[in-house]
Design a protein around this ligand. Structure first.
Ligand code: BGC
Length: 801
């Protein structure tokens, strides 16, 4: 273990954080004045509220799927007994219900929430797909468009972004997040919150965002939705918390609790995450809403013995608003009488929802504008961005002998697979107010692009593909054509919530269909549609080309047609690892090395007997129709102090014949630290667009923020020692260099040096007998220093029964 100058490093961090804080304070003065005014108004309102009205504010009820409110909502709103709804939307409808709320005694406006996940009516790619673009500016833009459409339709609050890190593709909800990586996920969380909220979500084109699901939901055991989790505090703080913190840094207005339990305490009633971390450490003053019936579920978890118990657990832990179940309202008054719940706790929760209503400007502007709704929703400019976002999300997984792009002079093409012409599937799950009829399918896209081309469509089978009855026709179509576009994958109900799969192969007999087309010997490309990584080993080995398109939204068909024919060049990268087998799960690039790193020739190393450790397609992977070359990786220093920065630069050149995008990725490895570090950690990335022969220098800075990790006391620290730097176009390859963090800089040499002020350990009081080094030990030590691990292989007599 390295020797550390703890005092020095702690001081550096204290200074760094306090500088950030004072900067933030300086820029926030006018916001603070506004906030003071809001708190004053809340105090005045709270003083006039009856307990029933307070509890009413904490109730959120569900509307109908089509956006209608329910008759009961009108009644409750008039009495001031309903604070918010979910799913009620559309300017006319929200205004009707709002009118009722404003007829109540205290005239507190209603707050309308909705799951605007990847678009309101104009659908962008599903979040995992959009994340594959690695283009945070674009993600901010699509979230802003979704916000503008939603707000115009009377929605104030979206339950997005989902920022759960997920390393298990069996879990259907990987589709809703940004993938497996904490760094990428944090950047995306920040961008999406900014997109939804802007700098002021009272504006009529913004909505309040929600960071969900707080927390650990993505770690559901066995990838089974809603399942329990077993996470150390280190895992929470290193892997699962940071995207939530990034959402807070972006100003997120609300959090949603997760369904899972954490260390035996369900997240909806967990004071450690809701109080200690969220309110205590992060000073979050926004709103916390339970997930759908999650307060009720505290009974099924086996925490609460009855409804009242569930209400008191959730409210006392800091869950302000109860979604759908009604235990706060039903039992709140009794709980107060029994002193199980204090009025102060209720007031605090009410204060938070009122605060949001003020911040949203609802007291001044409670109504939606029907004309704005007509002008804004699904406008052409929004659809243009949806097409761009779709193109940017595609990942080219394979392209043998430049099968793609397809030659535009091709006379006849076959389009095979039910997903190729399924409008609803293009939109993907969580499609907001998206309509199937709006979506452009792959078949539509191709027909509209080439009205004169002979295009024959054969589904082969439906997405479940339980029968091969339609295969012959599909094979005939392929035989009769010059090229086949074969669209396979999942239909929308196979991923997202409550859609875990134990087997993530292509569904049903779809692979048999692919094999039949393959046997024709005619050229073809596979277009994948799916919400999670799939185990597609046969395709990876045999199919000439594979284009991953996720669920690409309203404009998917146009974007896919343009990409297949080379009018758009795929440049996306996987935000999540594709395994070879479910047996490898969890599999992610930033794993630990283990004490026995894999070595194929050595039995007692960390590996499988039947398959390699490596994934089918690694995190960060993706091809292009053009080629790129990285060169000239340079670090501006070979040594820095723990407080220092290293500037990293690299040249990226498009050496092919077509314009294209490449994502330059920077990873580090802290070689030896007081807490073991992953083999690689993403710490920077940039998507660059280059014309043929164009070259660009990409610069990154590694600062204490990127180089620190949590020490044994879970405090951030930069430890002296060697850091490796990798810059590549995927997590599994790239150029490498290194530098060193030292306590005292040495002028010329790059060798580790003993810091002058370093504490020398005292000699032990009781003398320790000197170790007897024997010949065998020498072999071991030499082996260890070379890191060849021969020693393990040379043990002759190890036998297992
Ligand atoms: C999901 C949430 C969603 C909520 C409201 C729940 O089932 O877990 O992510 O926001 O429903 O629709």
């Amino acid at each position: 273990m390295k020797k550390i100058n703890f005092v020095c490093i702690v001081l550096i961090f204290a200074l760094w954080f306090s500088t950030l804080e004072s900067l933030a304070q300086g820029s926030n003065r006018s916001v603070t004045a506004k906030n003071v005014e809001i708190e004053r108004k809340i105090n005045a309102l709270l003083a006039r509220m009856a307990l029933a009205e307070k509890l009413g504010q904490l109730q959120q009820l569900d509307g109908e799927a089509n956006g209608n409110y329910r008759p009961e909502h009108l009644e409750l709103a008039r009495k001031g007994l309903l604070g918010s709804t979910l799913n009620v939307r559309g300017a006319k409808r929200v205004n009707e219900l709002q009118k009722a709320a404003l007829e109540s005694r205290l005239k507190i406006p209603m707050l309308y929430s909705f799951d605007v996940i990847h678009g309101y009516r104009t659908m962008f790619p599903v979040p995992l797909g959009e994340s594959a673009s690695w283009d945070t500016a674009l993600m901010e833009r699509t979230a802003a468009i979704a916000a503008a459409e939603a707000r115009a339709a009377g929605v104030h609050w979206t339950f997005a972004p989902m920022v759960d890190i997920a390393r298990d593709p069996r879990w259907g909800r990987v589709i809703e997040g940004a993938g497996e990586d904490t760094y990428l996920g944090s950047q995306i969380a920040y961008a999406r919150v900014r997109g939804f909220q802007g700098s002021d979500y009272s504006q009529n084109n913004r909505v309040m965002a929600t960071a969900k699901h707080w927390v650990g939901y993505g770690a559901a055991e066995a990838g089974r939705d809603y399942n329990t989790t077993d996470l150390s505090e280190r895992a929470l703080r290193e892997i699962y918390f940071p995207p939530f913190k990034a959402a807070i840094d972006a100003g997120v207005g609300s959090f949603m609790t997760a369904f899972n339990d954490l260390d035996g305490v369900p997240a909806t009633a967990n004071p450690f995450v809701l109080k200690d971390v969220l309110r205590g450490e992060w000073k979050f003053d926004g709103l916390v809403v339970s997930d759908y019936t999650a307060v009720m579920e505290l009974m099924f978890h086996g925490l609460a013995k009855d409804e009242a118990d569930a209400a008191q657990y959730a409210l006392n832990a800091g869950t302000d608003v109860e979604m759908v179940s009604r235990f706060y309202n039903k039992h709140g008054a009794d709980l107060v009488k029994q002193r199980k719940l204090s009025m102060a706790t209720i007031d605090e929760a009410v204060r938070r929802i009122l605060r949001i209503k003020y911040r949203l400007g609802l007291f001044e502007k409670p109504f939606a504008d029907e004309n704005l709704e007509k002008a804004e929703v699904f406008k052409q400019a929004n659809r243009d961005v949806a097409k761009l976002a779709a193109e940017k999300s595609f990942v080219l997984l394979k392209n043998q002998n430049q099968t793609l792009p397809i030659n535009k002079n091709t006379k006849e093409i076959a389009v095979i697979g039910a997903l190729a012409d399924s409008k609803i599937d293009m939109n993907g799950n969580w499609a907001g107010d998206g309509r199937a009829e709006d979506a452009v399918t792959v078949l539509d896209g191709l027909k509209r692009k080439f009205p004169k081309m002979k295009i024959r469509f054969e589904p082969g089978c439906d997405a479940k593909c339980e029968t091969d009855a339609g295969f012959e026709k599909a094979v005939d179509a392929a035989k009769d054509s010059d090229f086949t576009v074969l669209v396979v994958g999942e239909s929308i109900e196979m991923s997202a919530e409550a859609s875990s799969r134990s087997n993530i192969d292509l569904p049903g007999k779809q692979l048999d269909l692919v094999k039949r087309i393959h046997q024709t010997g005619k050229p073809y490309a596979v277009v994948l549609m799916n919400g999670r990584p799939l185990t597609i080993n046969w395709l990876a080995e045999n199919a000439p080309a594979i284009l991953e398109t996720w669920f690409a939204g309203t404009m998917a068909g146009h974007a896919i047609a343009d990409t297949l024919f080379g009018d758009a060049n795929p440049g996306g990268k996987l935000p999540i690892t594709f395994p070879r087998s479910v047996g490898q799960i969890p599999i992610y690039y930033n794993q630990k090395n283990t004490g026995r790193p894999v070595k194929e020739s050595e039995k007692y190393t960390s590996k499988y007997l039947d398959i390699p450790n490596t994934p089918l397609y690694p995190f960060g992977y993706g091809l292009s129709y053009t080629q790129f070359r990285l060169s000239n990786l340079q670090l501006d220093k070979t040594q820095i102090l723990p407080s220092g920065n290293v500037k990293v630069s690299v040249e990226i050149e498009n050496t092919g014949k077509l314009a294209g995008d490449e994502v330059v990725q920077l990873y580090i490895h802290d070689v030896a630290a007081s807490v073991t570090r992953p083999v690689k950690e993403l710490k920077g990335f940039r998507r660059v667009a280059l014309k043929a022969d164009e070259k660009q220098t990409v610069n990154f800075t590694l600062s204490p923020k990127e180089l620190s990790f949590l020490d044994r006391n879970l405090k951030p620290i930069v430890e002296p020692g060697e850091f490796q730097v990798f810059v590549g176009t995927s997590s599994d390859s790239g150029l490498q260099s290194d530098f060193e963090v030292v306590n005292t800089l040495t002028a010329k040499t790059n060798l580790p040096v003993q810091a002058k002020d370093e504490k020398i350990e005292d000699a032990p009081k009781t003398p320790v007998p000197a170790a007897q080094i024997e010949a065998a030990d020498d072999v071991f030590l030499e082996d260890l220093s070379k890191k060849t691990f021969q020693f393990f292989g040379n043990i002759p007599t190890r036998k297992r029964v």
